[in-house]
Every structure is written in C-alpha cells, then in structure tokens.
Write a protein that binds this ligand. Structure first.
Ligand SMILES: *[C@@H]1O[C@H](CO)[C@@H](O)[C@H](O)[C@H]1NC(C)=O
Ligand SMILES: *[C@@H]1O[C@H](CO)[C@@H](O)[C@H](O)[C@H]1NC(C)=O
Length: 412
C-alpha cells in the first residue's frame, strides 16, 4: 500500500518538475510558441444569423471587417491581438457541387478568401471554425469524411488558424482519429495554420485523455465547457484547471497550450474586480488570449486592462510554463507562474465574496524554488501598478485584495 503522505504530496512532486523548462512534445509546426492572441466571435455574437433585425451584430463579413479596422486603429493589433477568428455559423447549409465548403452567400457575399485578404492587408491573421463531426455544433456541414479537402480549402483561402470543434462525432475513436487526420491534413497543405482543438473536452474531459498525444497534434486544446459572460463561469474554469493541474500543466509549453476559453472582459457580466481576475489568471495560466467582446463599444478601462503590456508579457513569457495554484487558505488562492530568467508571476485572488478588502500575507518561503532572486524586486501589475520594492524572507508582504478581485505581481 502507498503511504498516504506520499499520495498527498504527489501533485506537489509532479509540479516540482514543471518548474524547469519542460520537454514538451508539442505540435512541431513552429507556430504558437507563445499563446495565440486575438479575437473570436462566439461568446459575444454566438450564432446570430438574423441580419434583418440585428444588422450590426449578426455573423457577416461586415462584422469582421469592422472588427479588423478597430483592431488596427485602436491599438489591439499593436498590443499583440493579431488573430481575428470566425466561430460557428459562417457556412452555407450545403457544400458546393465539388463538395467544397462555402460561406453563406447572403452574409459573406464576397466569400471567405476576400475577407481573409482584407484582414491580411491590414496586418492581421485570419482564423476560421469547423468541426470534426458530420455537422458543426450549430448544424452546418462538418468536416467528417472531408478532412483533406477542407484543409486544402482553408489553405487556399489564406486561413491562419483553425478552431476545430467536436460536436456530432460518433465514437471516441472517430473523434480522436478525426483530430489526428485534420492535423496531418493541415500540415500537408504546407501553409502555417495554428490548430486549435477541443479533443479533450469531447473525449469526456479529464478521463481517457492522453495529453502527451493531444499536444503532439494540436497547438491548443479546450478541456472544459464554453465560457459564459459571468463570474460563476470564470470561477468554474479556474476551479477545474486547478483541480486537474497535475495533468494539464505538464502538457503545456511552446506550441501547445491548454485553452480555458475566451476572455469575456468588456461585456456585461463581470464587475471590474472580476475582469481583473480573469485577465490575471488567464495570464498566469498561459492561456490563449482570445477576446470575445464588441471592440466597437468597449470601455476605456477594459481596453486598458486587455492591452496592459506588462500583464501580456506574463502570458507571453518565452519559457512557456503554465502557472498553477500553489495554495488555498482562508478563501484566498495563490497561483504562481515561473518566468524566463528565474522571475516569477504571482496572483492572489480573494474568493470571499462578502465584506471588504482583506490582507494576504505573502511569504517568500512558499514560492517557487527556482526563483532566481533571494531579495526580489516586486512590482504589482494589477489591479493598479505599484512598486513595492525589495522583498526578502525576513518579513511577509501584506497584499490587500478586493472580494472577487486579484492582485497580480511580478518578482525579479
Ligand atoms: C509539418 O510537420 C513537420 C514535422 O513535424 C514540420 O517540420 C513542418 O514544419 C510542418 N509544416 C507545416 C506547414 O505545418
Ligand atoms: C500517450 O501518447 C504518447 C505519445 O503518442 C505515447 O507515447 C504514450 O504511450 C501514450 N500513453 C498512454 C498511456 O497510452
């Protein structure tokens, strides 16, 4: 029988290995060496195809062209958000007579190639959506039986990223086979196309998933349910990720990322403190930063948060180690993310949703053993920038954290 103490320590032991640059067997297409950044329509615009009643928020070429213009003019592209991605509901109800995919002719009258050219002319990259099964989640033609043809069509159109959903696919074997085949088909086109999978999510999430293998075929992969525009949704994703971090964290690295789904900052559901928490944790989790919001109508506050270069730098750190939850105590959560050069990012979230701001005493001794500095310089990046100065093991650093808010620090 295993000594119980060892079992208890197992996650910590596994995470011990994560503290060094991991040998990640990621998809070797040279892409997504840092988490992809961009915009994806789903959470905010969903499957709105009624352009008569919703002329400015239906899924059509105008929506993407307007978003593209704003990504360039309002600093989004400059901040690093370069992939502009379509989700479900762009397709016509049928393939054409040669079995090629075609966009809905009313909503994308110029076709997808023309839209891709429009984005490329502005320095953006173009993401598209398809599904491994017979139909997409919204019921449009899926890629099953047409993986090679569809990969070629996407390459011909100038697609730079494919989000590949997992609805309407029979058995687990068919699902896994389909994800593998599309990966190979994309590679064979010779075009650089980031491959964003939902393989683990549809393979019944945490069970039966061989993450080493998923990472060999995909640049990123969803593990958990779609995000909604709510604090409860953000919390559930954080909790899921922490609960399975001993399996998820080692799978991530340059070219291979766990995807906790879109940033919903700038919409309706999150308070300011909760927006700060999502931004901080998505940076710590080395998550793809794919916003789903309306860039035509977003507050200056949310814009500044999403474009915060020091926070983005934590997400995009070249070491590519996904952060993990280090401890929970008195309704606080401490997460840390080892950074290049022996620096460290830390987030402290106050999960007590009653009362006011509370102090969390940060101790040097509990932090990552690879932290290069003995006396470290501490900069608070969120909720506001503040330089604490030097911090060593002789005292605790008291951090004041708002309810449902997060303090994000960089130690170097
Ligand atoms: C295809 O795969 C090979 C081997 O992993 C890799 O070297 C190459 O860069 C890939 N090409 C594309 C276009 O993804
Ligand atoms: C998981 O996948 C890797 C890479 O394909 C393989 O080497 C390994 O044997 C697999 N592990 C299990 C338990 O099947």
């Amino acid at each position: 029988m295993e000594p119980p103490v060892l079992k208890h320590l197992l996650p910590a032991i596994i995470l011990g290995f994560v503290t060094y640059p991991p040998e990640v067997p990621g998809l070797k297409n040279g892409l997504a060496l840092t988490p992809p950044m961009g915009w994806l329509h789903w959470q905010r615009f969903m499957c709105q195809t009624d352009c008569k009643n919703y002329p400015t928020s239906c899924i059509n070429d105008q929506l993407f062209m307007q978003m593209a213009d704003i990504m360039v003019s309002n600093g989004w592209l400059k901040a690093g958000y370069k992939y502009l991605c379509i989700d479900d509901c762009w397709l016509a109800p049928q393939r054409d007579k040669n079995n090629r995919l075609q966009a809905d002719p009313d909503r994308f009258p110029g076709g997808i190639k023309k839209l891709a050219d429009y984005l490329h002319d502005r320095g953006l990259l173009f993401g598209i959506y398809q599904d491994v099964g017979t139909k997409t989640c919204a019921g449009y033609p899926g890629s099953q039986d047409f993986y090679e043809l569809d990969a070629q069509t996407f390459a011909d159109w100038g697609v730079d990223l494919l989000k590949f959903d997992g609805c309407n696919c029979g058995t687990l074997e068919e699902l896994e086979d389909g994800y593998r085949r599309m990966s190979i088909a994309l590679n064979r086109t010779g075009r650089n196309i980031v491959y964003s999978c939902e393989w683990p999510l549809y393979a019944r999430r945490e069970t039966q998933v061989n993450y080493t293998e998923v990472a060999e075929y995909c640049n990123s992969w969803r593990n958990f349910d779609d995000i909604a525009d709510s604090w409860s949704s953000v919390k559930t994703i954080m909790d899921f990720t922490a609960a399975f971090q001993d399996r998820l964290v080692p799978a991530a690295g340059p070219g291979a990322w766990n995807d906790p789904d879109m940033l919903v900052i700038g919409n309706f559901g999150l308070s300011w403190n909760q927006q700060v928490t999502q931004m901080a944790l998505w940076a710590i989790m080395a998550a793809p930063l794919l916003m789903s919001n309306d860039l035509r109508d977003i507050s200056l506050e949310s814009t500044a948060l999403l474009q915060n270069q020091e926070v983005i730098a934590i997400n995009q750190d070249p070491l590519g180690v996904q952060g993990y939850r280090l401890l929970m105590a008195e309704s606080f959560e401490l997460w840390e993310k080892p950074l290049d050069g022996g620096s460290l990012a830390i987030s402290v979230t106050n999960r007590q949703e009653i009362g006011g701001p509370r102090y969390f005493p940060l101790l040097r001794a509990v932090l990552w053993k690879g932290l290069a500095c003995d006396t470290c310089y501490v900069t608070q990046l969120l909720p506001t920038r503040f330089e604490y100065g030097y911090f060593n093991s002789s005292r605790a650093l008291p951090l004041l954290v708002n309810p449902s808010g997060t303090v994000l620090l960089r130690l170097e």
